[in-house]
Design a binder for this molecule. Sequence first.
Ligand code: HEM
Length: 144
Amino acid sequence: MDNWWFFPHLNAFLNGLSGVFLLAGFYFIRNGQRERHRAAMTTAVAVSAVFLTSYVTSKVVIGLDSVKFTAQGPVRWLYFFILITHTVLAALITPFVLVTFWRALKGKFEIHKKLARIVFPVWLYVSVTGVIVYLLLYQLFPGK
Ligand code: HEM
């Protein structure tokens, strides 16, 4: 683990960064700036791909269950609620993100818009909760 200490911080940073581009992309399309929307969303997808690569690499080199959440009380329930919803939704939403992206690239904006109305809030939830899990596990309640 010692050599790979940076991975959780890097992963949380990439996770948060894709969320920032996601929010920017939403802001742009709501203001009619289609080209900026395209650029921001493409960056969000690219950063997420880098995140996924880094995340899988970290699981391979560090191991699957290296850090335990040790805090007790209500925060423990909160942590596991966020962790489980984050993980399940992350797995579910990934193919839909790609379909939403692909539809836009193909110029099928009607179907893109319909999908995006569901995909956007779920993806944002996954992104924000990823950072919250990191903060709870590594910053606010680090194990001894
Ligand atoms: C996975 C990445 C993307 C997500 C999550 C996303 C999300 C969204 C959202 C939330 C909307 C607004 C829907 C509404 O009006 O309620 C939208 C609209 C739109 N998006 Fe994307 N977008 C993505 C990628 C792209 C890309 C790459 C392009 C350009 C090639 C694009 C072009 C557009 C256009 C033109 C609209 C307006 C459609 C219309 O009003 O008819 N989007 N998108």
